[in-house]
Ligand binder design. Structure first.
Ligand SMILES: C[S@@+](CC[C@H](N)C(=O)[O-])C[C@H]1O[C@@H](n2cnc3c(N)ncnc32)[C@H](O)[C@@H]1O
Length: 299
């Protein structure tokens, strides 16, 4: 894992994500979406329609995580935190934060890039939601110690060079007995091992031109966009040993919603042809996302 306070890298990360924010459009950072009938629709960034179309893609990708209690209800206990302070680290366009607000949590959402903070504020205004949205670095949170009951982050802190510092900050602002939820990319996944390291690194010989971090940053985010300054997936062992040893009762679940698509890059339509039980077994072992939960020990 990489640690450190590197202002130039941080500025590059902020700028890259501001230029190509997490819109979930056909092309990373753009605002054109494919509709169910196959046609394309271009929308204005920040319009109501933009948020609806971005959410539709994001929810579709994460379909197995929703339940009757709400979107992502299988991993988020909305009822437990109703009326309580919850922090999202790296909110992107505010999709998850808005669900927490609608479910009655006192949500605070931060992101390093100004476009994400502005668009999340805009979303909250457009949908009449309340929340405290700020442009802030995860590695230096401007909140008092022990001020949140739940702190979560979805697909974010593997993009910051001081990943351990970000976790320490999440730990500091949590109340004793409070919980953390972290989604981080998995280096032991089918997508990383096969698509990034083997296909792009070895077969396409990209590892002759890019170091490991360069290869991961360029290819592992699914975006295949040049210029992503920092994406470094983790392993489960690293998480337990190096990242969250200050927490109690850690649990890690491998989420594999990406597995059918990753198999398709290997052999067309393979992902859909495999029996569901095989897909599930592969997803549990080789999925792209690690969902990490733990508790801040009571003194
Ligand atoms: C892949 S997007 C995920 C956004 C959102 N969680 C989602 O799932 O749509 C990564 C986000 O991390 C943010 N980010 C990267 N480094 C950060 C840092 N040090 N502090 C806060 N946010 C950061 C980026 O600005 C970007 O919005």
């Amino acid at each position: 894992m990489r640690h450190g306070d590197e202002p130039e890298i941080k500025a590059a990360i902020r700028e890259w994500w501001a230029k190509a924010p997490m819109t979930y459009a056909e092309t990373h950072g753009e605002v054109e979406y494919r509709l169910p009938d196959g046609s394309m629709e271009r929308v204005e960034l920040g319009s109501r329609r933009f948020f609806e179309l971005a959410d539709a893609v994001f929810y579709r990708w994460n379909d197995p995580l929703h339940d009757a209690t709400g979107k992502f209800g299988r991993i988020f206990d909305y009822a437990r935190y109703r009326g309580k302070p919850v922090l999202e680290v790296g909110c992107g366009m505010g999709c998850m934060a808005s669900n927490w607000a609608a479910q009655g949590a006192k949500i605070t959402a931060i992101d390093l890039n100004p476009v994400a903070a502005a668009q999340t504020s805009r979303r909250f205004q457009a949908f009449g939601l309340e929340g405290d949205i700020r442009e802030v670095d995860a590695e230096s949170l401007p909140f008092a110690a022990e001020s949140f009951d739940f702190v979560y982050s979805w697909g974010v802190i593997h993009h910051t060079p001081g990943i351990r510092k970000a976790v320490e900050e999440m730990h500091r602002v949590l109340r004793p007995g409070g919980r953390i939820g972290l989604m981080l990319y998995n280096r032991d996944s089918l997508l990383f091992r096969y698509f990034v390291r083997y296909q792009e690194g070895l077969i396409n010989m990209e590892s002759r031109f890019l170091d490991n971090l360069g290869l991961a940053s360029r290819y592992s985010d699914g975006a295949r966009e040049e210029g992503n300054p920092h994406t470094w997936p983790v392993t489960q062992a690293e998480v337990l040993r190096e990242l969250i040893p200050m927490f109690a009762h850690p649990e890690i679940r491998v989420l594999g919603t990406d597995v059918p698509e990753a198999l398709d890059t290997w052999w067309p339509r393979l992902g859909r042809r495999l029996p569901l039980s095989w897909r599930k077994a592969l997803a549990r072992r080789l999925g792209w996302s690690l969902w990490i939960t733990a508790e801040k020990a009571r003194a």
